[in-house]
Design a protein around this ligand. Structure first.
Ligand code: HEM
Ligand code: HEM
Length: 309
């Protein structure tokens, strides 16, 4: 998810809550004869509110795992998660009066700080995930769909080659992929937009041979296995040079098709970058989730112990 205008409401609400809480805390801390403490009435209000925000944040996980709860506004939940999770930290600091206390509360506070910081880190990675590929699949499914998108890129490229040699349209393979793959509706329409119509290039087989050879020996292997080391198509600058060279080998009439092929390689590079970031995000979740679970369990302990004794 990106931190965009849709966050404005949450942002303003968070500022208001934070401002009000800070004002209450300052007045309360100055007035309290023995200084602020977690057990005072206001201290407890901060504790319960902060804990409530943490529970809301933790429910995101449950919401994802229980299919029925998945329906509706996942993005809305996620926005709430970010902002309320973030607010939990100052509220809990106000709750304890900025004291770290004994062993349990010290561990708790550090867990909270690390969980929130790790959350911010994850949100930043998500924010910068390249969005270009989004026209092909929705964000949530992208990781599972990467192989299919790769196949689609290959099929599209094959379609362009077929078109160049007079086959027209997107080529049989591309059409097949487009038809049987409703999930990738965005991709299919992109394909139509680019492949559109059977343009006659008026080029002989011989004239387009360099394009075909380039496609078969270099581009297709790259599209199929972009992680393999050594392909110049894997790097922006070298890919650029390769295509410039290819253009010089064929008549200008073929250049639009070459531009399409070049775009597909660019998309493949974006996809690879995206896959890497997703892997990173996945590893990151393996930190953020256990931390948050430990935090929630210990918080319940702390609340019970603190209220009992
Ligand atoms: C409903 C939830 C909570 C309740 C009822 C609660 C209750 C209390 C109470 C009664 C105290 C005062 C204990 C004392 O002075 O010895 C306290 C202190 C404190 N609580 Fe909580 N708490 C809650 C949630 C949390 C959470 C979620 C955290 C941290 C993640 C937290 C961190 C602290 C800290 C750091 C102190 C200060 C300890 C000190 O001054 O020695 N509390 N809490
Ligand atoms: C008390 C604080 C927090 C708790 C208990 C908490 C808990 C969780 C849990 C349980 C998940 C896993 C959801 C899943 O199953 O995929 C999660 C995901 C996430 N959290 Fe937090 N979190 C907290 C604070 C934050 C904060 C402050 C941020 C960012 C500012 C944040 C950002 C994220 C992000 C980006 C995800 C990944 C969501 C996705 O899968 O796309 N979290 N958090």
């Amino acid at each position: 998810m990106r931190i965009d205008e849709t966050h404005r409401g949450w942002f303003i609400l968070s500022i208001v809550i934070f401002g009000a809480a800070t004002a209450v805390y300052v007045i309360y801390a100055l007035a309290a004869p023995h200084g602020p403490s977690g057990g005072s009435t206001i201290g407890l209000v901060f504790g319960f509110t902060g804990f409530g925000f943490m529970i809301y944040a933790a429910l995101l996980g449950a919401r994802k795992k229980v299919p029925i709860m998945r329906l509706g506004r996942a993005q809305g939940w996620m926005r709430g998660h970010l902002w309320l999770g973030l607010l939990a930290l100052p509220l809990i600091l106000f709750h304890g009066g900025f004291h770290f206390g004994g062993l349990l509360t010290r561990i708790l506070l550090w867990l909270l700080i690390i969980t929130v910081l790790s959350g911010v880190f994850g949100a930043i990675i998500q924010h910068y995930l390249p969005t270009i590929i989004l026209e092909r699949v929705p964000m949530e499914t992208i990781y599972d769909e990467i192989d299919r998108v790769r196949e689609q890129l290959s099929a599209e490229a094959a379609g362009f080659i077929a078109e160049l040699s007079g086959g027209g349209g997107g080529g049989p393979e591309a059409v097949e992929v487009a038809a049987d793959d409703r999930l990738l509706a965005g991709g299919a329409s992109a394909m139509r937009a680019r492949g559109g119509g059977s343009i006659q290039y008026g080029l002989s087989e011989e004239q387009i041979e360099p394009v075909r050879a380039f496609f078969e020996t270099e581009m297709l292997p790259f599209l199929k296995n972009p992680d393999a080391k050594g392909s110049r198509l894997g790097e922006d600058i070298r890919s650029n040079a390769a295509f410039t060279k290819l253009r010089m080998l064929v008549p200008a009439a073929a250049h639009p098709v070459i531009a399409n092929l070049e775009n597909l390689c660019e998309e493949e590079r974006q996809l690879t970058r995206q896959a890497r970031l997703h892997k990173l995000l996945h590893t990151w979740l393996l930190c953020h989730i256990p931390l948050s679970l430990a935090l929630m369990v210990l918080s319940v302990f702390h609340a019970i112990i603190a209220l009992r004794y």
